[in-house]
Design a protein around this ligand. Structure first.
Ligand SMILES: Nc1ncnc2c1ncn2[C@@H]1O[C@H](COP(=O)(O)OP(=O)(O)O)[C@@H](O)[C@H]1O
Ligand SMILES: [Mg+2]
Length: 258
């Protein structure tokens, strides 16, 4: 039975999509079978995997409407063990159509259950909001990774997402747990980066991953080539940090919940 991990933070630009693509690819090169599900109508995870979002015939939207079995929506990527369910702008419609749905928070959970036995890990890339798509992800997931950019308002954003996770745990998904808080875009030459990282570690202790993702030019460039970082520049610090993170996630998995 695969583990479902949601990559969630209501703030945009904190490194959710970069983390989703690269954790998925890093797990896949460690011989884990991985599915990345793009849940953002912007489709950044989809195009970052080299898939043309304008040419899609089907997408995760079709799973939300119930038009298609989610199994029929799975695409291959350049890496053998790394599959993708893509998204595009159609997904905006799902957010609206779900409002009248009887089990509107559970639609993804129901759809994705069928895929659990096919994969070791299913990674969900959330949109930058706490709307119904994100709530569906948190309801479907076993755990959450919260990427936090090492910058000034990081703590404010964190307390909001933690409140939401708490609400979901109290109602929709009582087994949901925090896989880890991930420090992203860390700039070792910048005092603020150190201050924010220290503050978050001081406060959240062992919930914070040991791995830290540095600000790294190759990580910013890779999506425009439609490649995860390990296929674009394996020697970069960005690639190495995501490989390390993947190992931490695998170890967590062995330990069970933390
Ligand atoms: N560690 C990093 N170093 C350099 N650029 C990064 C890094 N992480 C993300 N980026 C870039 O920052 C932007 C926002 O990242 P993204 O992963 O799309 O965030 P989100 O999905 O949370 O909106 C993108 O252009 C991405 O390529
Ligand atoms: Mg994104």
């Amino acid at each position: 039975m695969g583990k479902i991990i949601s990559i969630t933070n209501q703030k945009g630009g904190v490194g959710k999509t970069t983390t989703a693509i690269n954790i998925a690819a890093s797990l896949a090169v460690a011989e884990k079978s991985v599915l990345l599900v793009d849940l953002d109508p912007q489709g950044n995870a989809t195009s970052g995997c080299g898939v043309d979002i304008k040419a899609l015939n089907t997408s995760i939207y079709d799973a939300f409407t119930g038009n298609r079995n989610i199994r029929d929506l799975v695409l291959s990527t350049e890496l053998k063990h790394f599959k993708l369910v893509p998204a595009n702008i159609d997904l905006i419609g799902a957010e609206i159509e779900l409002i009248d749905h009887e089990y509107r928070e559970h639609v993804l959970h129901k759809a994705i259950g069928k895929l659990r036995e096919d994969f070791d890990f299913i990674i969900l890339d959330c949109p930058p909001s706490l709307g119904l798509l994100t709530i569906n992800a948190l309801t479907a997931a076993d755990s959450v990774i919260i990427p936090v950019q090492c910058e000034y308002f990081a703590m404010e954003g964190l307390s909001q997402i933690l409140k939401t996770i708490d609400l979901v745990q109290n109602s929709l998904n009582k087994d949901l747990f925090i896989e880890g808080i991930l420090l992203t875009m860390f700039d070792s030459r910048n005092n603020l980066s150190h201050q924010v990282a220290d503050e978050i570690r001081g406060h959240f202790k062992e919930i914070v991953f040991n791995s830290v993702i540095p600000r790294n030019v190759s990580l910013g460039e890779a999506p425009s080539h439609g490649k995860p970082i390990i296929l674009y520049n394996i020697n970069s610090r960005g690639a190495q940090s995501y490989l390390e993170l993947a190992l931490e996630v695998v170890k967590n998995d062995k330990k069970g919940t933390r």
